[in-house]
Design a protein around this ligand. Structure first.
Ligand SMILES: Cc1cc2nc3c(=O)[nH]c(=O)nc-3n(C[C@H](O)[C@H](O)[C@H](O)COP(=O)(O)O)c2cc1C
Length: 354
């Protein structure tokens, strides 16, 4: 990591977490963070008809308004997911709503989908779509996803999700339906199989020309509920799932004074739960879906573990918030080493081998 980024991360850790997030976005917009260089071909992934230079994506919620997609690609992410975006702009919950659980290397958030709404999101996506990837200093082109959600008030999911898909479908490489944020009342009920299938079918009817579609799931679904959900995802015509969002559970052993704050927990304590749910999902899906693993990933060994458990791609948020842009390069280096140590030449060789 360059010296400016190192100093910035020191400052970021001292600020209120939400102010720190805003500073990080501004720094990225200004072009801070060193360039990534070429990725090792052993890390490249092909799935959903797309090519990813490496399997590490930035998870939804970091770039809610699609403001720093190219800068995130420039620091080395293999794909970027913007959002969650809702039909109308909304403020989200009152502050404080974001807490660092430093002792636990974790975060609790109850942001509540604060975002500028689909109109501004789409303007940025359209502009990005037209810009050449290289030659203007904005960095590499990698697959870009839009993560979609619904407003807290006045939502009609069967109407809103198809409309949102229609707004972004020409500009993005894939789309994620977020049905798993714990901070929008009623949202997680949409994971119920019948409801989910109805929403997916409404999207399929209105937009047969849509890009690949994924559903982001909560880690708090019971094992018995997972099977109907995964079958509904497949029957509804979606291509994949992201496992997982934040958890409303509070694993034993949390030490931070913020551990009892309401909201979704992410970071290191989420790792065992997110990994267990991934294993279950991989078993149920049996190769029929693309799996994006998320939750508590912070080392190359974590990445190889998830790939061995069946993941095609991975995403990070909390570890990036703690460590800053240098983590992307570290994770890629460690992943190549972990692959070699386990006797694999490429990520593709490791997939599903656990
Ligand atoms: C501050 C914050 C905001 C988030 N906002 C969103 C969001 O808008 N949409 C979403 O799908 N997930 C959101 N997430 C969840 C992350 O995308 C990710 O699923 C979760 O944090 C687990 O990954 P991690 O342990 O690497 O952080 C958010 C997470 C955090 C910490």
């Amino acid at each position: 990591m360059d010296i400016v980024s190192k100093m910035l991360m020191k400052l970021v850790r001292r600020l209120d977490p939400e102010d720190a997030h805003r500073l990080a976005l501004n720094a990225l917009m200004l072009g801070l963070g060193s360039g990534a260089g070429q990725d090792d071909p052993a890390l490249s992934v092909r799935t959903m008809g797309l090519r990813f230079p490496n399997p590490i994506g930035i998870a939804a919620g970091f770039d809610k308004n699609a403001q720093v997609i190219r800068p995130l690609a420039r620091i080395g992410f293999g794909f970027v997911e913007a959002g969650t975006v809702t039909p109308l702009a909304q403020e989200g919950n009152p502050r404080p709503r974001l807490f660092r659980l430093t002792e636990d290397r974790a975060i609790i958030n109850r942001m509540g989908f604060n975002n500028q709404g689909i109109d501004r999101f789409t303007v940025r996506m359209a502009r990005l779509h037209r810009l050449p990837a290289k030659g203007n200093g904005t960095g590499a082109r990698v697959p870009v996803g839009a993560n979609l959600g619904i407003n807290k008030n006045g939502a009609d999911p069967e109407r809103d999700y198809p409309r949102l898909v229609g707004r972004v479908k020409h500009y993005v490489d894939y789309i994620v339906l977020n049905l798993s944020s714990p901070n929008t009342p009623g949202l997680r009920d949409l994971q119920q199989a019948d409801r989910l299938k109805a929403i997916l079918e409404a999207i399929g009817e209105a937009h047969p020309d849509r890009p690949p579609l994924l559903v982001k799931l909560a880690p708090d679904l019971a094992r018995d509920d997972l099977e109907p959900v995964i079958e509904a995802v497949i029957a509804g015509g979606a291509q994949g799932v992201t496992v997982t969002n934040t958890t409303i559970s509070r694993p034993d052993g949390l030490r931070s004074p913020h551990a009892a704050e309401a909201g979704g927990l992410s970071g290191r304590p989420l790792r065992p739960l997110a990994t267990a749910v991934l294993r279950d999902v991989a078993q149920i899906a049996a190769g029929r879906l693309t799996l994006v693993a998320c939750g508590g990933i912070e080392t190359g060994a974590d990445i190889v573990d998830r790939v061995r458990a069946g993941a095609d791609l991975v995403q990070i948020y909390s570890a990036f918030a703690y460590e800053g842009p240098g983590i992307v390069r570290r994770l890629k280096r460690e992943t190549v080493r972990a692959l070699n140590a386990e006797g694999f030449e490429t990520l593709a060789d490791a997939k599903g081998s656990a």
